[in-house]
Design a protein around this ligand. Structure first.
Ligand code: TXA
Ligand code: MG
Length: 315
């Protein structure tokens, strides 16, 4: 049976989703960044099913979603610097990796048995309402099969996971369009694990310059596998025109078959990025060529996702 999609704006929808989550179910919910696949963080069976549904490696820990800083304090020790970041940017597209409390209501599988836990308070009203209704942290990775393009509409979720989950809440298209920025705070120092929907220019006035912790054999952010966000077609970056058997994803002056933002607006480009890759992937072209995108502001996150989409694949 295929999974039902229901509008997230009704109280009954939130109640039904909360009931499913209390019973160990998996519910896709809209957030301001991308759609997440939610489960009760404390329920090891539900979390095991979540990894299974996504085909996600179990060493890659999940983000616990909370309503606010008070709920975050149930999960983690919160250094002063992290408290300031929560005050400035929550709810919103910032995930903080913090020292986990031993009493945290999160199963070992959800954070891969680490001493730390990733936490964020999403800004989308449906996600907020759902967490409040369950009154527990919900883990929620992006609601797509592992390694593929993250979903920014309920329809994208359905296409990827439509038979494997219990319910999809439809809250429309996600306004930010790329995943949250992940920042680790240890001993009052912050480092950047994943660029995302909150650009470093906003964060650094509070933290000082953020060191980017790059992938390594044991990445600090285990989810930063090289090939990710990959469409079926190959991806070629910094292209000024389409070659034979290519479609062109444009930006600014480089027109393209689709244009991420004719005015060169990086926020607009981020919002439409994943939907554009999906659309061009259905064109049948062997390769999606992508115009240069500046690396400033949200361009850091956009370029990160594009580089992963273009990275060599195992298969
Ligand atoms: O915007 C988002 O963050 C979306 C929406 C649904 O909230 N979620 C999302 O989740 O992107 P996911 O699972 O696709 O990415 C979680 C990232 C991964 O890179 C993971 O390795 C990292 O957070 N992470 C989670 N727990 C961590 C920890 N304890 N230490 C370091 N990195 C961690
Ligand atoms: Mg993901």
């Amino acid at each position: 049976m295929s999974t039902e999609i229901i509008p997230a704006s009704h109280d009954e929808a939130i109640e039904r989703a909360a009931d499913l989550l209390r019973g160990g179910g998996l519910v896709a919910m809209p957030t301001e960044t991308v759609y997440g696949l939610a489960a009760n963080a404390a329920d090891a069976d539900a979390v095991a099913r979540l990894y299974e549904a996504k085909g996600r490696p179990r060493f890659n820990p999940l983000i616990a979603h909370v309503t606010d800083a008070a709920m975050a304090a149930r999960l983690a020790h919160v250094p002063e610097l992290a408290r300031g970041l929560m005050q400035a940017f929550w709810p919103g597209p910032l995930t903080l990796v913090l020292p986990k409390k031993s009493t945290a209501p999160i199963c070992d599988l959800a954070n891969a048995g680490l001493d730390s836990v990733a936490i964020r308070a999403p800004a989308h009203p449906a996600a907020q309402a759902l967490i409040r209704a369950v009154d527990r942290p919900l883990v929620a990775p992006s609601a797509n099969p592992s390694g593929s393009i993250s979903p920014t509409t309920a329809q994208h979720v359905f296409e990827g996971l439509g038979h494997k989950i219990d319910l999809i809440l439809d809250g429309g298209a996600c306004p930010v369009g790329v995943e949250s920025t992940v920042v680790m705070v240890e001993d009052e120092t912050a480092s950047l694990l994943r660029p995302g929907g909150l650009d470093r220019g906003a964060i650094e006035p509070l933290t000082g310059p953020l060191q980017r912790v790059e992938d390594s054999a044991t990445p600090a952010s285990p989810g930063m596998l090289k090939s990710h966000y990959a469409p079926g077609a190959k991806v070629r970056l910094n292209a000024s025109e389409a070659r034979d058997d290519e479609v062109l994803l444009g930006f600014g002056q480089v027109a393209g078959d689709l244009n991420l933002s004719e005015t060169g607006d990086l926020a607009e480009a981020a919002t439409g990025l994943f939907a554009a890759l999906r659309q061009l992937d259905t064109s049948g072209a062997a390769t999606i060529a992508v115009a240069p995108i500046p690396a400033t502001g949200l361009g850091e996150a956009i370029n990160d996702r594009l580089q992963r989409a273009a990275a060599p694949r195992d298969s």
